[in-house]
Write a protein that binds this ligand. Sequence first.
Ligand code: LLP
Length: 421
Amino acid sequence: MAGPLPRHLLPDTASIGDEGRLGVGGCDLVTLADELGTPLFVYDEEHLRARCREARAAFGEGVAYGSKAFLCKAMAKLVDDEGLYLDVATGGELHVALAAGFPPERLVLHGNNKSSDELKAALAAGVGRIVVDSFDEIERLERLDGRPRVLVRVTPGVEAHTHEYVRTGQADSKFGFGVACGAAAKAVDWLRGSPAVDLVGVHAHIGSQIFLLSSFVKAVEVIAEFFVPLGLPELCLGGGLGVPYVEGEEAPSIAEWAGVLRGACRDAGVADGTRVTVEPGRAIVAAAGLTLYRVGTIKVLPDVRTYVSVDGGMSDNPRPVLYGSGYEAFLPRAAAAERPSTVTVVGKHCESGDFIVRDAHVPGDIAVGDVLCTPVTGAYGHSMASNYNKVPRPAVVFVRDGEARVVVRRETYEDLLRLDT
Ligand code: LLP
């Protein structure tokens, strides 16, 4: 028997109003679903801004938002408003950021396989920094005009405590230059001697959804040993701070993460005045967002399980399928209700693996037609959404002070044909 959904999994401005209905940003969720349709991604704009401010206050100039977690023009504008930098990892993310009017000098371009065209576009736009990831990329940069500021991405050889698909700091990684094998030192020598670039720092990202701050401390120890003798002004420690998704999980705040990283840098001899930054994605957006679905069918398999099918699935949230990620579910019409029934929430795709929540706790009176909500879906949901089974991708709405602003419209069936020739 599970109690009501824990408050800390909801966006900052969530509040339970008349008759137990949940509002976010002053907007009633059931009404949003009725008016804008489902599935629907809803983001609490105050929550997004608060996390950006927390990151800015904790790290100062240079802290970036990792846009792969969720990006659209409105998000890029919000990040710009809040004074953060923006990490883009492909030409496509760069394009969206520039289309939103994001100041190029605050863009940081990542990628383990940047094409010459992507590099050219970044140079033409005047991006503030490029994080160099391979010897081939250095050669490519040397053939192009411009002298960008660059950081060199290193892999410290630290195995972060997280799912293996989202670990990036270990020696066996497609990202960056290994410290232990000497590749990182070779890259620094080359970049320092190259007229094509201005080497300003070192970058490392050890993985994502990391709860243990000790993983970051270990990485700092290794990176600092490499970084300090170089006497460079910037050290970027990547993203990766985890967030709670389900009851019982807890994660450090951005401010706590900053405190530990700063302490580890000090202990490791990183000079005061070094620009120590990070680029969180998930920690900014995950809990700000939630997904609203409509329950379409309920199938009770006696002594087996009850399947509650909703109108989305692995196309709007592939994380359960990809990583076995867990989520909670609740009914916004009864947000404070006990959740005594255990059901399996599935999508509408043609695969048995199309789970959204394998063992979801829901109120006993859940019924066809209900709006069902999965919280903490603001990161890597919309950004990894697909058109599998030709299901149109959901709309995205930002809510604030009682106003709902559609920032990405729902795809239509016509959109599904727009690339066919
Ligand atoms: N910086 C770099 C270089 C990255 O590769 C990433 C994420 C970030 C920053 C932001 O990391 P965050 O703070 O969001 O953990 N699709 C997976 C996560 C993949 C993370 C990829 N890189 C998921 O849904 O869990």
